[in-house]
Design a protein around this ligand. Sequence first.
Ligand code: SGN
Ligand code: CA
Length: 537
Amino acid sequence: MKTFLRYLLILSGACIFFISCKSKSKEQKETQRPNIVFIMSDDHAYQAISAYSDKLIQTPNIDRLATEGMLFTNASVTNSICAPSRAVILTGKHSHINGKIDNLSPFDTTNITFPQLLQKAGYQTAMFGKLHFGNNPKGFDEFKILPGQGDYYNPTFHTAQGDTTIVGYVTDIITDLTLNWLEERRDPDKPFLLMYLHKAPHRSWLPAERHYREFTKKTFPLPETLFDTYETRGEAARTAEMNILDHMVLNYDNKVFPEVIDELQIKDRKLFDPLEKMSPEQKAQWDSVYGPINADFRKLYPSMNDSTLMVWKYQRYLQDYLGTIAAVDENVGRLLNYLDQKELSKNTLVVYTSDQGFYLGEHGWFDKRFMYEESFKTPLLVKWPNVIDEGITEDEMVQNLDFAQTFLEVAGIIPPSDMQGESLLPLLKGEKEKWEREAVYYHYYEYPAEHAVKRHYGIATKDYKLIHFYYDVDEWELYDCKNDKQEMNNVYMDPNYTHVVQDMKQRLTEVRLKYKDSDSLSNQYIQIYKEKGWIEE
Ligand code: SGN
Ligand code: CA
């Protein structure tokens, strides 16, 4: 009996030891899996981040990601428009595969997204800010998202429990919601995925009071190509409707008061009032600053010519656009400081990016959509102290297509085999030799639509860019990116580039095959517009 008891004691001791080891190793594993903080703004041009260029604005908080981590100088999107970009990020698949080709069609929620996979693998998941899908995101324990584009002042949010309207300024509020979740609802026993998604600096560019007071006093350098006439490019550039002089709307974009528009007999106006969500107090503050600007404009307008009006609109545009970015930068600082204070930074991968790039007067434009440089490229800064060395600049060609596989690999999850990106982990670890990509693919669909940018697809290498505008026209363009950084000259027909055209066309065929895109798929997507009556048969 004694011996039996002794055995029992040893056995139970071993069991306790075994169980405690097991739970310890689970605990260890949990603390080791990194947190992921994905920060994305809407329409944030890399030209407006001082880590890329300090000509326009200082963004010390966003820049911290570069000084403490990695700055990607060759990050691009696969389709330069909001909701499609977000669908590519979440699914790791090109638009023609995930089906979200434009801002208009709903996102197909049968797609598997990386947050769903992280959630299933034990990550706590939350999303705050702008999604723009027309339906709620799957795979999130909690979300508070802006309906559609959302409002800058006193915004409403969709939540799983219904709608809620919060008084204040959108960028501050999205951050409050995010910090509140981290403080109150984060489960310390789980790693987390946090998607912190700003509405700013999207049109119609309404800064917070503290920033419009500052930014309306500033003047900005003119881009060299502000007065571009598009003669050395094709029809698509000439017919696009995103020129600051011709298509930026004085009352809506430049904040000229309706009574001034009437008095000056300006015909082109938007009926929608961008300030309509402001409270009387907020509106009074606004008027106290924009009133004198309007008085000035009323005096100047009768003597303005095209060129002085262009410059006036450009300055007004940048004052407001950059003013909204000042709030984004401040708030990114709040979040980074919180992670530091709670000692979460070391084991947290923090990404800062935008859903696409944006024109800040280059080629006379605002908006995006084209595969040309400013809208094709997007900012990308990544910090992860446990893995990434400080102050690294990375010039490999990466895309928003790569995020899903990156985050899955970081979390130790094998990505589904039909995802189309590449994990960025080797680059983050400094193992450049493992990165083999030489070209990236692009396809834009939303036409006919606002800004009138024609459908096109193309391929970019570090040296050249080949674009095919295939609907409405049948035009090819080739740019020599090294020698023509501003993409002013289409050299497709230049005999000196015959061999380059041949080589790029060959690569384009290969890449379309690899990603399973084709003319017949493009035609199917045109057919959808026909069925909706957006394109006449
Ligand atoms: C709105 C804007 C456009 C912008 C699209 C898409 N017009 O329609 O200028 O291109 O959003 O932007 S506005 O008059 O409503 O401001 S996206 O970032 O959501 O794709
Ligand atoms: Ca956008």
